[in-house]
Ligand binder design. Sequence first.
Ligand SMILES: [Zn+2]
Length: 508
Amino acid sequence: MSITDNGSALIPYNSVDMATTPETSVAAQAKYEPVIGLEVHVQLLTVSKIFCSCSTHFGAPPNTNVCPVCLGLPGALPVLNRKAVDFAVLAAMALGCRINETSTFARKNYFYPDLPKGYQISQYDKPLAEFGKIDIATANGSKRIGITRLHLEEDAGKSLHEGFADSSETTAIDLNRSGVPLIEIVSEPDIGSPAEAHEYLTRLKEIILYTGVSDCNMEEGSLRCDANVSVRPRGQKQFGTKTEIKNVNSFRFIREALEFEIERQVGILESGGKVTQETRLYNSAEGKTYGMRSKEQAHDYRYFPEPDLLPLVVDEKWQAEIHSALPELPEARRKRIVADYGITEYDAHVLTATKSFADQFEAAAKAAKNPKRVANLVQGELMGRLKAKGLEIEQSPISMKGVALSADLVESGAISGKMLKDLYDRSFELGKDFGIVYENEKPQQITDSSAIEKIIDEIVAANPKQVEQYRAGKKTVIGFFVGQVMKASKGQANPQMVNELLTRKLEG
Ligand SMILES: [Zn+2]
């Protein structure tokens, strides 16, 4: 349920229970259905901690951001940080949760060295928010994953096992993290495969990033995930016995840990055994999970109401204030971008992967003379080149401003489509933005009408049949002539002038 005892993740309690290599057949796997629920902890980007005014800054020297409250000294009283509530409610709204006007804090009691008070302040029977959802894409279409609850809690400190003088013999404690605000987001057991778990986490992270309440930096522990998993014969309603995989630090590892664990559980059931309810750890180097503590050793947290904090009341007015800060969310934005710019859903996904990039794209599109042309260039010229080079859109040498500039140059006839393609190629070769490459290599365009007319005369003379067709009323033949003239000028003739001069010539 909690990440606060994550220090224990480093030492398996029960080393006798070693991982077994599961080798169940595909047929055996197909007989069973996995049931997965995820608990995600997200650190909120407040400047100060949840119950005191200490800084939340990551990377400060150990035990420098501490005070009597977050050190758990006797008599120190917690004071709730209003910003933490704002952020938690905003995240809950973005996840489609119902906000409970009144929620309460509770003490979750357990003993661990990184928890000086001997309890963690969390929320238990009256959480801040409930009944949310995330829609994920699956092979069989969209699937809704329920969110049971979202609640506020404080983080614990951190046990240090390395990086100081006698770390081979002792463990040190850093309490800078003690009291940093977290939200815990608990999903319903609606997730049916490791791939769905991965997709759920990806969407969850994307939504949280859009709200700006967390940086979701997994390396710094701003986003952490525990997974509950069980298997049951397909068609059976009753859940199988679950195990909990704790503290996996990347989405890929969660997927791998779940794959291993499902296979392990199926193997046990197939050989007539019983799955033991326990907490397990994932060793990413070996790709295996190991038993850490069984149910008999599980904590009894003895939750009780926190007597030092009043019930938290987020009334309608406050909720409305927070709601007004809710940005357009990724899913809605994707739908709108598809409609506004006429691009594919796939490209809309790429463009909206981060809020900052989607903002850049839309700002560029709006500033350009023809917004749709910007979208078309991103789709038609940029995406393919990125893919060919194996680059993410954030790594593109051509910025959104560069794309907008190129769109305007084509729009005004200053460069042709062919020149644009060449300039894009050059940008990718040099790793420089379009504007720089354009200034350096400003392609010479032929705008001298007599030079263009000379080419036109040659083309017209060489194609009498097409001239006849045109004059007989088949006006679309002009496309053929434009193509020929552009080709003859190596793409350098000003397309607008070519069009005008050709029309005049053919009409005459
Ligand atoms: Zn403090």
